[in-house]
Design a protein around this ligand. Structure first.
Ligand SMILES: Cc1ncc(COP(=O)(O)O)c(C=O)c1O
Length: 368
């Protein structure tokens, strides 16, 4: 079904087509020099020395865990309110996801609950900068120093956001982005891991190239366990590279659109906007609100031609996370409320203020 006002429109301009055509004409279609340029663009934007492209955020998360040597018997703390990929990656790496509640105001992991869940087996936490809302690194770094755990950030939605002036991608031990079309920079499917750690960067590169590395000028299978094929083709990287040339403008535009939504929603009864982390800049991959009777409101909005969507999932409610090998911790009131009430509103490059006003007008009529 096509909507009068869609949820998102990927930003595909002439520059994207030009760079993709160059790759197609070159005949070098698999991962190669354009992938390197895309990686360099993301590394430089996030202020780190290393960025490694992947087929998705999910495969990037899995590889990040593998190069940190996290596997069977190890525990990794994740939030309950997130996309399943966050916890799936832990299971794929053979480790145990330990699932904790989120803060009902920010929808980000509850830092107190996260600390309570640390055990002798905890090797890492995967907090999620959900919808582009940056994490509180004052809190996370203190925790890292106190417990000696790694921070592997699921920043699928958060390219462009920042905390205390430093971009997401530059704070965590490893930060993993997604370039799925719902994200504001997209390669169709794709992901990227950023890190300051040269050894992990090298190991990630090897793992996604079948476990291969150069020894005395020859390719050998050097990764300890195995390897996979998570390479990003030059074609997809060209799409991402062209968008990275525009990233500041695209981000400014999203921030302006979000400010306009904030203004339009001011004083609207029964509509709550999640709080942005203090000292943070939100990149608004999704503009989310919480409304009562979300499913009824969502249906009505869609009938009006406006594409709206749920936020994401409460993992503990799904059979895949109710099995041995997953640790559920306590109750999840924050996550249940987020799951039941979150509604994501349309937001895309070139969305007009009139379009936003119509979304809010219809939304308030449905809610009140
Ligand atoms: C929080 C979060 N993590 C991970 C993913 C998975 O990303 P990908 O589709 O690139 O594997 C998503 C996708 O929407 C997400 O929202």
């Amino acid at each position: 079904m096509s909507y009068r006002i869609p949820l998102i429109k990927p930003y595909i301009n002439d520059r994207v087509k030009e760079l993709v055509s160059e790759v197609l004409d070159s005949g070098f279609l698999t991962e190669g020099p354009v992938t390197r340029r895309f990686e360099e663009a993301v590394a430089s934007y996030t202020g780190v020395p290393h960025a490694i492209a992947f087929t998705s955020c999910t495969t990037g998360l899995e590889t990040a865990l593998r190069v940190a040597r996290i596997g069977p018997g190890d525990e990794v703390i994740v939030p309950d309110y997130t996309y399943p990929a966050t916890a799936n990656a832990v299971k794929i790496a053979g480790a145990i996801p330990v699932i904790v509640d989120v803060n009902p105001d920010t929808l980000l992991i509850d830092y107190d609950k996260m600390e309570e869940a640390v055990s002798a087996n905890t090797k890492a936490v995967i907090p999620v900068s959900l919808f582009g809302n940056p994490l509180d690194f004052d809190r996370l770094i203190k925790m890292k120093e106190h417990y000696g755990v790694l921070i592997i950030e699921d920043a699928a939605c958060a390219l462009g956001s920042s905390f205390k002036g430093r971009k997401t991608g530059g704070w965590s031990d490893m930060t993993v982005f997604s370039f799925h079309p719902r994200k504001f920079i997209t390669t169709g499917e794709g992901g990227m891991v950023t890190t300051q750690n040269a050894q992990w960067a090298k190991a990630m590169h090897q793992y996604k190239h079948f476990g291969m590395g150069k020894v005395a000028g020859r390719e050998e299978m050097v990764f300890q366990d195995t390897g996979s094929n998570y390479k990003m083709s030059n074609i997809l990287a060209a799409v991402g590279l062209a968008q990275m040339e525009m990233v500041d403008d695209l981000l400014d535009e999203r921030i302006k659109l979000a400010a306009n939504y904030h203004q339009l929603l001011k004083g609207c009864k029964n509509i709550k906007i999640p709080e942005t982390t203090k000292n943070g800049i939100h990149s608004y991959q999704s503009f989310a609100v919480l409304v009562p009777e979300r499913d009824r409101v969502m249906k009505k909005m869609r009938e009006e031609g406006i594409e709206v969507q749920i936020g994401t999932y409460a993992l503990h409610q799904h059979p895949a996370f109710q099995q041995r090998g997953v640790r559920l911790r306590g109750q999840y009131p924050g996550s249940i409320r987020a799951w039941e009430e979150t509604l994501v509103l349309p937001m895309y490059h070139s969305m007009t203020n009139a379009g936003q006003a119509e979304v809010v007008e219809k939304l308030t009529a449905c809610v009140e």
